[in-house]
Design a protein around this ligand. Structure first.
Ligand SMILES: *[C@@H]1O[C@H](CO)[C@@H](O)[C@H](O)[C@H]1NC(C)=O
Ligand SMILES: *[C@@H]1O[C@H](CO)[C@@H](O)[C@H](O)[C@H]1NC(C)=O
Length: 114
């Protein structure tokens, strides 16, 4: 079983009233299993930025991707996230989990890009 842990990261930039993200706490997978890491956001911002970060061991979090198709160092083939405005989710999909995917994942919301 591969444990994936999810956390919450918020970037506070002034008016953050009512801004939050909701995530799964821990997800346990078997190798090659498909996974969807849940991220529901709540914000008063009209143009929030949504980001997925991965944190391995004691390293600092690395950007996987965000809602405007920018991929960071934490990106790898098979990771996708689509913004669903109707249910305000930005779930991260892992096509086939491998041992090295075992990490902490953060869904982050930025009311204004900071
Ligand atoms: C994550 O949480 C959501 C909402 O509580 C739930 O519907 C979903 O099945 C969970 N996903 C996993 C992989 O545990
Ligand atoms: C996603 O990204 C764009 C930046 O290109 C931003 O303007 C947009 O409002 C963002 N958020 C949502 C929820 O669509």
């Amino acid at each position: 079983m591969l444990p994936l842990f999810c956390g919450i990261l918020l970037c506070f930039t002034g008016n953050t009233q009512g801004d939050s993200v909701l995530q799964n706490h821990s997800v346990f997978l078997t190798e090659n299993e498909m996974a969807s890491l849940y991220c529901q956001y709540e914000t008063t911002s009209t143009a929030p930025g949504l980001f997925w970060y991965i944190q391995r061991d004691t390293k600092s979090p690395e950007l996987i991707l965000n809602n405007y198709s920018i991929r960071g160092n934490g990106y790898k083939e098979g990771l996708t996230a689509h913004l669903e405005k109707s249910d305000r989710t930005f779930n991260l999909k892992i096509a086939a989990a491998v041992l090295s995917d075992s990490a902490t994942y953060y869904c982050a919301l930025r009311p204004t890009l900071c």
